[in-house]
Design a protein around this ligand. Structure first.
Ligand SMILES: [Ca+2]
Length: 106
């Protein structure tokens, strides 16, 4: 778990471009767009509105930024939680559970 936390902390530091210890909604949206463009890890596209809604779920104290603690919780929940109501399931936009239910192949 220490290695996982170290990697999450490193990711937070990369996104916290000004080093103030908080990610803004703009930082979160930028992260979402960058992750979607990674060829090795294709990610379903999310509309801007979903990313905005996601940030509101992740910003647990509603102060308009994500602290390292909020970010770490989000990443861990995103990859491990099966609870569609867990805030972290919104880390990369509308939870996949919801997206999967609204996707059709026809
Ligand atoms: Ca916050």
């Amino acid at each position: 778990m220490d290695l996982l936390r170290a990697k999450i902390s490193h990711g937070f530091d990369l996104l916290d471009a000004d080093g103030d210890g908080a990610l803004t909604e703009a930082d979160h949206v930028t992260m979402g767009h960058r992750v979607r463009r990674l060829p090795a890890r294709p990610h379903p596209g999310h509309p801007q509105a979903d990313l905005d809604e996601a940030f509101a779920h992740l910003d647990l104290d509603g102060d308009g930024t994500l602290t390292a603690t909020e970010f770490e919780r989000a990443v861990i929940e995103y990859w491990s939680s099966t609870d569609p109501d867990a805030p972290g399931t919104w880390w990369m936009g509308r939870p996949a559970f919801d997206t999967a239910l609204n996707t059709t192949d026809d």
